[in-house]
Design a protein around this ligand. Structure first.
Ligand SMILES: C[S@@+](CC[C@H](N)C(=O)[O-])C[C@H]1O[C@@H](n2cnc3c(N)ncnc32)[C@H](O)[C@@H]1O
Length: 195
């Protein structure tokens, strides 16, 4: 099955955890992956990899010896990723339990968290819970990127999420709009969780 068809099938199966009908474009994935270190032996964690559109771009940047973990909730997508992207360390798990996942995988340092989670589908408490896990994972030296759809900014929930990010991280940068994505989107680049 093609990647787009696999994604759409997953959306029809679980619309409330997918939050999108198509995978991210290569252009959006490139902006999301811009914080991935290209030297040394970095550890990168992807949350909600879906069919792996962003994973592919991350993998292209990573130097030999890096670790690339991908934490996905949907069992069918986990099976798809294991079949199509054997280089990826795919974990069938929940972003809400990121700390536990990292301990189980023997990871004690994370350089970047690249996140494709459907924030708009999460309530405030779940957003806060996952952001706390991400903050603990990246510490003071790592970076975290995630995306939002442009049309969502007309809604209060998306504006609230932006202000939540600014409450959690000292630095929150907003990328230019990526028009070559369906629908158009932009990326948040976050660093230095507040104490
Ligand atoms: C909008 S899709 C993004 C897929 C991919 N990153 C992309 O950009 O094409 C959201 C993904 O997050 C996954 N997901 C949703 N809630 C999750 C959670 N709590 N933990 C891990 N993955 C989750 C969904 O199963 C889905 O694969």
């Amino acid at each position: 099955m093609s990647e787009t068809r696999e994604f759409l099938t997953a959306f029809l199966r679980r619309p409330t955890t997918m939050g999108a009908v198509a995978p991210s474009s290569e252009r959006l994935a490139t902006v999301l992956a811009s914080v991935v270190p290209t030297a040394g032996s970095p550890v990168v964690v992807e949350l909600g990899p879906g069919t792996g559109a962003v994973s592919a771009v991350i993998a292209e940047r990573l130097p030999p010896g890096a670790r690339h973990l991908a934490v996905e909730l949907d069992a069918d997508l986990v099976a798809y990723l294991r079949r199509t992207r054997p280089e990826l360390e795919v974990v069938h798990g929940d972003a809400r339990e990121l700390g536990k996942v990292l301990v189980e995988q023997g990871v004690d340092r994370v350089d970047a968290v690249i996140c494709g989670l459907p924030w708009a589908l999460f309530d405030d408490a779940t957003q806060a819970e996952i952001l706390a896990e991400i903050s603990r994972a990246i510490g003071t030296t790592g970076a975290f990127t995630t995306f939002a759809y442009l049309h969502g900014m007309a809604l209060g929930a998306a504006r609230r999420f932006r202000s939540t990010l600014r409450g959690v991280f000292e630095e929150v940068l907003v990328s230019a709009t990526v028009w070559r994505n369906v629908p158009p989107a932009f990326v948040y680049v976050c660093r230095r969780p507040r104490a």
